[in-house]
Design a protein around this ligand. Structure first.
Ligand code: ZN
Length: 298
């Protein structure tokens, strides 16, 4: 720090020097990105989330931003692509056992020449998450590991939690500027894919009532919304929208179950209206009674 002459620098001198460094030194910019929320610029504190471009945020800051887009002045430059918490992934980070001892040093960035103790490490290689090593996260499970560990263990399942992933689920944390364009394109492609899947789901949903119910009462709107995309052939065959991720296929199974239940319900409704018509022939009072139970059931 240039205080080898024996003089003890006052704090104000050190702080001035630090500020100049941050602006001029891209390495320090990188360090800031690994230790601070991209939005609030506060030190990263769990729960920490990451976006599709590999930026790190304190979850609270993102929530605040979503509630009030003007909460942070430069937010449009940083995270205009975040429209809901779904555009972020909550990270599953491995604490660095060596962190607590050096906690104060890490927090202030006072001694930048020294190694700043990172708060998190790669659970496989034990490498510190300090910006000196490349790290990735899976947007399927949020686990964070060093990129090298990912390369060394060729697997299609997360080495930390076992959840399957595809290449498109691997997001580089704080990527190089050159990588950013590619990541943006990947993000847009993924969004378009999700949108198309949603559209297909909607179309299948719209086609459903005509195909399986002829003239019967259509299910209530909110129940309909829960339907997953069903092929017109009928429920029971979950349509594979996304080959990756166990969550989407298991969701499809759940959705098809819901659809089956609804179809079952339709049959019962038809049955109960048949019963109702029998009573209607007998007397008017009975008809009203069954109408009541029918409505309550529906
Ligand atoms: Zn995982």
């Amino acid at each position: 720090m240039g205080n080898d002459g024996g003089s003890i620098p006052r704090r104000i001198e050190l702080v001035k020097e630090k500020q100049k460094d941050i602006r001029l030194n891209p390495d320090l910019e990188r360090l800031a990105a690994w230790f601070h929320c991209a939005l609030s610029k506060q030190p990263l504190e769990p729960p920490i989330v990451a976006d599709a471009l590999g930026k790190l945020y304190n979850q609270d800051a993102v929530i605040e931003y979503l509630l009030d887009k003007s909460a942070y002045g430069d937010a449009d430059k940083i995270c205009s692509h975040i429209h809901s918490m779904k555009d972020t992934t909550k990270l599953n980070l491995t604490p660095n056992p060596a962190y607590s001892e050096a906690a104060t040093g890490a927090a202030t960035m006072g001694n930048l020449e020294q190694d700043i103790k990172a708060r998190f490490i790669c659970p496989i290689s034990m490498k510190e998450m300090n910006g000196k090593h490349r790290f990735v996260y899976f947007d399927t499970c949020g686990c964070v590991i060093a990129e090298q560990s990912l390369k060394e263990i060729p697997s299609k399942e997360c080495v930390t939690c076992g959840k399957p992933f595809e290449n498109e689920n691997v997001i580089v944390i704080n990527p190089q500027k050159e990588e950013l364009e590619g990541m943006k394109a990947a993000m847009e492609a993924k969004k378009a894919k999700a949108k198309a899947a949603k559209k297909a789901k909607k179309a299948a949903k719209a086609a459903m009532p005509e195909s399986d119910t002829s003239g019967a009462v259509s299910p209530p709107k909110d129940k309909k919304r829960k339907h997953h995309s069903e092929s017109p052939e009928g429920p029971g065959t979950p349509k594979k929208l996304n080959t990756s991720g166990i969550s989407s296929s298991s969701a499809a199974v759940v959705m098809s179950k819901v659809a089956q239940e609804l179809a079952e319900k339709h049959k019962k409704q038809e049955l109960s209206s048949a019963v109702k018509s029998i009573y209607a022939k007998k007397d008017v009072k009975g008809n009203y009674l069954t109408m009541g139970t029918f409505n309550r059931y529906a």
